[in-house]
Design a protein around this ligand. Sequence first.
Ligand code: ADP
Length: 169
Amino acid sequence: MAQKLARRGIYAGSFDPITLGHLDIITRASHIFDEVIVAVGVNTAKISILTVAERMDLLKKVCKGIRNVRIDSFEGLVADYALSQKATALVRGLRSEADFAYEMPMAQANRTLASSIETVFIPAGKEYCYISSSLVREVVTFGGSVAALVPPIVSRKLSEKMVKRKSLR
Ligand code: ADP
């Protein structure tokens, strides 16, 4: 009998920083796929709060307990990266109609670029629908607590960064 191919999901994003909403999607995707690759997209045009290395380090620490999750980074088109990883599907989280409007053409474009790869949408957990990395960055920049938005280790790292930034001023 032919050997069953491993189902590999790619969850790509900026993860600047990883939030509780991302973690919920990663955990749920890990139940669907044999392996989930959480891939940090390197986008030099975007202004970020954390370096790619810091984002990957936090992702590794936060996902340590999930056996079938691997952390990676990529440059360029996610469709090309997914093909290079022999992925089954791209995983995306859906929080709102705005996400849907953004994600639908992306999914169509990725299917055109890589027809063997499906996009799998996972609806955001109801307690995480309002959470975004940009909200976290905004709260942290103005000195607010992000304890309800990100895992504790991420919250500590962001506080450290803010203290360092202030001392450099
Ligand atoms: P980018 O910065 O590239 O837009 P993100 O890292 O913010 O990417 O998001 C990557 C994916 O995670 C997207 O599919 C996005 O919709 C999803 N996502 C972001 N925040 C949440 C959340 N709170 N709950 C569920 N999915 C989310």
